[in-house]
Design a binder for this molecule. Structure first.
Ligand code: MTE
Length: 321
């Protein structure tokens, strides 16, 4: 495939936005917010305006599941919500303004493939069929930065149960919306839209696999991949697909968006491991958003106890790329 533009991971680490820029931006937003308030506006950020009118607002904040603990502080919302990868809205980190174009209602989700009976379900119906809870998760991007975040959502295993897969279903293929009129990044024809990600059935049923509906105690801001995204804290962040519209249960291993672009760099498993460098950079350490400090990266991003047994049959680098 011809790739006409530098890919996401081509951005050298030193070009990623330094923390001082965030802090400056923060001050700007604060100043702008004060001006808006004095003009009688009710909110500072578009994401907050969205959250206030969300039909699922009554479900938040969900009770925190204390089993999921962090080894570091939470990344503030102001930082997380202005440093995002969401290629549908641009191939840089400051997509949060463009992402407000995302229309999140109506939002229909198709469940098909090897299931008893394929069906479509509206997001607002789905979210009331499951048990929402809050979990504090780490997130490690393949670009070697990391953050922590209080996600709200439900275990992916609940969705698998609702789908009633057949015994020959081995993988779940997930797809993001495809609407280049709404998401201008999708006009970049050299990317294989729509964004696709996939998991084994065993991975999808692991307790850590979490379908996210909210963050920071309210419905997810659009830039986080509203209304429904995935969080897989033991894998590199690109596996955590945003704004999902389709779950297909399949027998053959599907190819993800990034695997189609560069399979030697972004393979199916994408399990975090500091020992195996990305072909173009080290994965030994990560830059923590907010503090800017580099800390050692942990195997499976620190979640080995819950997930390592799933990969006991895979040897060496193949288990991680
Ligand atoms: N999902 C879609 N649909 N489009 C994307 O560009 N980027 C991925 C992942 N999910 C992406 C996506 C990458 S590379 C990362 S690191 C995370 O989303 C970023 O999530 P965040 O913006 O909430 O930090």
């Amino acid at each position: 495939m011809l790739i006409k533009e530098n890919k996401i991971w081509d951005i050298p680490e030193h070009l990623a936005t330094p923390e001082s820029d965030y802090l400056n931006r923060r001050q700007l937003v604060k100043a702008a917010g004060l001006a808006a308030l004095s003009a009688g506006a009710s909110s500072l950020l578009p994401s907050m305006a969205f959250a206030q009118s969300d039909p699922t607002m009554d479900l938040y904040p969900a009770k925190r599941n204390e089993a999921y603990k962090l080894d570091r502080g939470l990344t503030p919302e102001e930082i997380n919500s202005k440093y995002n990868n969401f290629y549908e809205f641009g191939s840089h980190k400051q997509i949060y303004t463009k992402a407000q174009d995302l229309k999140t209602r109506p939002w229909e989700i198709l469940i098909d493939g090897l299931v008893e009976k394929p069906f479509t379900i509206g997001f607002d119906d789905l979210v009331r069929k499951v048990q929402l809870e809050e979990r504090l998760y780490r997130h490690r991007c393949v670009e070697a930065w990391s953050m922590t975040i209080p996600w709200t959502g439900f275990q992916m295993s609940e969705l698998v149960k609702l789908a009633k897969p057949m015994s020959n279903a081995k993988f779940i293929r997930m797809e993001t919306f495809h609407d280049p009129k709404m998401a201008s990044g999708q006009k970049q024809a050299w990317y294989p839209w729509p964004y696709v990600e996939c998991l084994t059935m065993q991975e999808a049923n692991n307790d850590l696999a979490f379908l996210v509906t909210g963050a920071y105690g309210k419905p997810a801001a659009k830039q986080f991949g509203a209304p429904l995204r995935l969080a897989l804290p033991w894998k590199y962040g690109f596996k955590s697909i945003k704004s999902i519209v389709k779950f297909s249960f399949v027998e053959e291993m599907p190819k993800s968006f990034w695997e189609q672009l560069s399979g030697t760099e972004y393979g199916f498993w994408a399990n975090v491991n500091p020992k195996y460098p990305h072909p173009r950079w080290s994965q030994e350490t990560e830059r923590v958003l907010q503090t800017g400090k580099r800390v050692p990266t942990l195997i499976y991003n620190g979640y080995g106890e819950q997930v390592a047994s799933m990969y006991s049959g895979l040897k060496g680098r193949t288990a991680f790329y």
